[in-house]
Design a protein around this ligand. Sequence first.
Ligand SMILES: Cc1ncc(COP(=O)(O)O)c(C=O)c1O
Length: 448
Amino acid sequence: MTSFPKVTTELPGPRSREIFERQGRVFYRQMHLSEGSPFILDGKTSEDFLRDVDGNTFANHLSAWGASPYGAFPKEVREATVEAWDRYGMEISCFLQSPPVVELAERLIALAPRNITRVAPTVTGTEAVEGSIKFARERTGRPMVLAFLGQYHGESTYLAATTSTELSSESSGYASYVPGLVFAPYPSRYRAPFTSGPGPHDDTVVIDYIEQWLLRHQVEPTQIGAVLIEPIAGELGVYAPSQAFWDGLERLRRQHGWLLICDEIQSGMGRSGPVWAGDLWGLEPDMLLVGKGFSAGGQPMAAILGTDEIMADSHVYTTGTYVWEPAAVAGALAGLDLLEPARRNALELERIGLDILPPLIDQYKEVGDVRQYGAWAAIEFVTNKETKQPNTAVQAAFHQAALRRGVFGISAPEKWVYRVQPALTMAPELFRWSCEQLVQAVGDVLDS
Ligand SMILES: Cc1ncc(COP(=O)(O)O)c(C=O)c1O
């Protein structure tokens, strides 16, 4: 590769600004916030490059929020999608099936942990999470779900309650305090509840909290049917629990008969290195939720994977008009053939990121932590390492500096964790260049 991204105008540039003005008149508020992405997309010049309407180019570390894991133009996915469209057209697969629909379910099961034997298709990740709660209630006859503060599971009215990443923005101020949910803090060794200081902390305090407080004072263990957890919490800032936490959770689960639902909508399909983030700790969930990368950059696709006990004789209905329509299915099938090499490349990106980014922690008091799993990296900004007060101002300024250098990652003004989430297939040379730009961008903000 000979060329790197280049930004030559202010951001937004003049043409982007014009379109933002129009956009601001017609869309609802959340659709016209432009701090995170202050340019209007003109197209993609290659797999990993975005071009805006002012001619600026950026390295793409968004990858459609993880839904384009094989770059912008996976030829195989496109061809399979078009071919299936020509053959089947739009079809309602929950009522009238075609061979690829069955093949995709078989391939997903073959990819999943051993105990998984069944598939319930959905269109979006949100629906997969909602459906899994229905299955859990049907199977266990218990009403409650134990979830973790800071996780993200989508924007349905019910799930806004399990979605507590940032109450003010992510839940749009409409978090519904629905019954049937209890929460513990998400286990983190960087930010542990009820304790302060630099850490690393013992995240099994969360297990103690569940055992000593929640189960004693808030909810009977026999009322809890399932534990809903992201094995790596993406929106929260790419946090991953320790093995000791998982061991503690497994002990509680066995003791009380709780099902384990792993939301791998963002962390799965190679994003975090292994096929499933849960493989990092040998997890065997009763239900595994997939979405985003599963669509392979094609049409919307998601699913609930589950055990025979939960799904074989279930009366739960999770599907709908658009689930697994044949063209989307064909695209997802083609994507599965791309997964292994993409995953190996993601591990190469992990090595590069872990080589370049962590030294920032020692160089700057405002860089609290750097985390990376596969093609998924986060930089956490704080006011200082002792108090770990979130530093949203530095994070936001850093994002703008990175953009000026041609790196487009994930940021919002109220966030203090910045993350990059490129295609798993991003050219290692471009990823290395991007990480070097991120290091420079920290300097642009903090060295002056
Ligand atoms: C972990 C997780 N669960 C669920 C969802 C919701 O998926 P969707 O946006 O496809 O409804 C997301 C989306 O970001 C997610 O990251």
